[in-house]
Design a protein around this ligand. Structure first.
Ligand code: BGC
Length: 467
């Protein structure tokens, strides 16, 4: 099939109000890690530690978005993508995490936001995409309950400076991933391990999510406020009682532990008994403090996991069977290509009464990209996106309130512990010379967005004011 011209999809199927965009994160694209008064983040420190990042890569330059953001925003405009999700770097705004404000950081994000609006591109901002100020880590970071107060101060600052122009906010990005990888397994910043670090981080991040939502609502009553969760479709490896029970525990850990307290349901202790440990960190009022009535929930889904019972894995008694062992197609991350996950996850989360609206705030894939005669024909990524969109529209047609889809990511970027090897962008980056090439997937997305619709960003210079 000619997937470029014959995907069987049209923008009109998704409705006029459906939000289309791409997602990024400050640490993965900005670079300029110590420019103009920025403080170090835990990722600046972690990437400098030996053996932590594949290829000893670091993000001191990354995509150089700090210096060349106008070029990338121009590309967004060229691709006719109307919404851009990015995150604020906490330590660029508050170098010590709290206290003294870095005016150059405020100026930078003002310029970025103004330029986007000038181009007719709507900002969707994430307050926290994993780059905690290192100064706060020295005081315990997310394992210190004070982090909720520090985060509240930071959220107030962002609302105060950017809330006049930014209408769409996300409080925290994928708490399950950064607490699990950064505080339990030690494979992400800040590289801490163990149940006690994990339990504290999990609980305080969840409280900070509720607190952040309340700050934004109080200061920006008209804003569209959400928060994002990573989610994965889980299946047992067999129908045996043990595998089914193991799959339920993994599903609880990956898909339920973080959202249920936000929805006011508390932690799902009955289905994952190790969560009882969290009671050690609970204080009166925490159940209410974790809950917040978000306008939307951002779901980020990439793959499915198949689970087998295992006596040797502590706390969950389960192991994941990698895609390679199951002999199914997989991406550069080793993640199974399984678009049906999109459908299953949308159905699962829409069953929660407390979720008003879902936006897919990340979906995408890393495949080995090669430049041939100046072009990148990333047919697998194009197909991955199309197949996921088919699953999304299937769920939408069955009544799921899903109102947006953001591709991860605009450009290839720094993929955390994996360094620069896995490429997720619609735009290829030659990191040596910072050259960009729009991939086939980017061209397809532009054509898809141009179809049957007046583009929101085309010729619509909604905002022309400069600061
Ligand atoms: C994160 C991104 C990451 C992407 C691909 C999500 O977990 O929010 O920062 O690059 O997935 O791994």
């Amino acid at each position: 099939m000619d997937i470029l011209h014959n995907s069987g999809l049209s923008r009109a199927q998704f409705g006029d109000d459906f939000e289309w965009g791409v997602s990024t994160a400050a640490f993965q694209i900005e670079g300029s890690h110590d420019a103009d008064g920025k403080g170090l983040s835990i990722w600046d420190v972690f990437t400098a530690r030996k053996g932590k990042i594949k290829g000893a890569h670091h993000a001191r330059t990354a995509c150089d978005f700090y210096n060349t953001y106008t070029t990338d925003i121009d590309l967004l405009r060229e691709l006719k993508i109307p919404n851009f999700r990015f995150s604020f770097s906490w330590s660029r705004l508050l170098p010590n995490g709290t206290g003294v404000v870095n005016q150059a950081g405020i100026d930078y994000y003002n310029k970025l936001i103004d330029y986007m609006l000038q181009c007719g591109i709507e900002p969707w901002v994430t307050l926290y995409h994993w780059d905690l100020p290192h100064a706060l880590e020295l005081k315990g970071g997310w394992t210190n309950r004070d982090c909720i107060t520090w985060f509240t101060e930071y959220a107030e600052l962002c609302a105060h400076h950017f809330g006049d122009r930014v209408k769409n906010w996300m409080v925290i990005n994928e708490p399950s991933v950064f607490t699990g990888a950064g505080y339990f397994l030690g494979i992400h910043a800040p590289g801490r391990r163990g149940l006690s670090n994990y339990g504290k981080a999990l609980h305080y991040v969840t409280l900070a999510t509720g607190a952040g939502g309340r700050v934004l609502r109080r200061l920006l009553p008209d804003a569209n406020i959400g928060t994002t969760f990573s989610c994965t479709h889980i299946e047992p490896a067999s129908n045996s009682v043990r595998d089914v029970a193991a799959a339920k525990r993994v599903d609880t850990l990956l898909n339920r532990t973080f959202i249920e307290p936000i929805l006011g349901l508390g932690y799902p202790v009955a289905d994952l008994p190790v969560l009882k440990n969290l009671s050690k960190y609970m204080q009166p009022g925490d159940i209410e403090g974790m809950a917040f009535d978000f306008d939307f929930i951002g779901l980020q889904c990439y793959t499915r996991e198949v689970v087998k019972a295992s006596f040797f894995t502590p706390y969950v008694g389960a192991k994941l069977i990698p895609a390679i062992k199951r002999k199914v197609p997989f991406t550069e991350m080793g993640w199974e290509v399984y678009p049906e996950t999109m459908y299953h996850i949308l159905k699962k989360f829409s069953a929660y009464k407390g979720i008003k609206k879902i936006i897919i705030t990340e979906n995408g894939a890393a495949f080995p990209d090669t430049v041939v005669n100046g072009a990148v024909n990333d047919v697998h990524r194009t197909k991955y996106i199309q197949d996921n969109l088919h699953q999304l529209v299937k769920a939408k047609n069955e009544g799921v309130k899903v109102d947006g889809y953001f591709v991860w990511s605009l450009t290839d970027n720094f993929e955390w512990a994996e360094g620069y090897h896995p490429r997720f962008g619609l735009i290829y980056v030659d990191f040596e010379i910072q050259k960009r090439i729009i991939k086939q997937s980017g061209h397809w997305f532009r054509d898809f967005l141009s179809e049957n619709k007046d583009n929101k960003n085309e010729d619509s210079l909604r905002y022309t004011g400069h600061r």
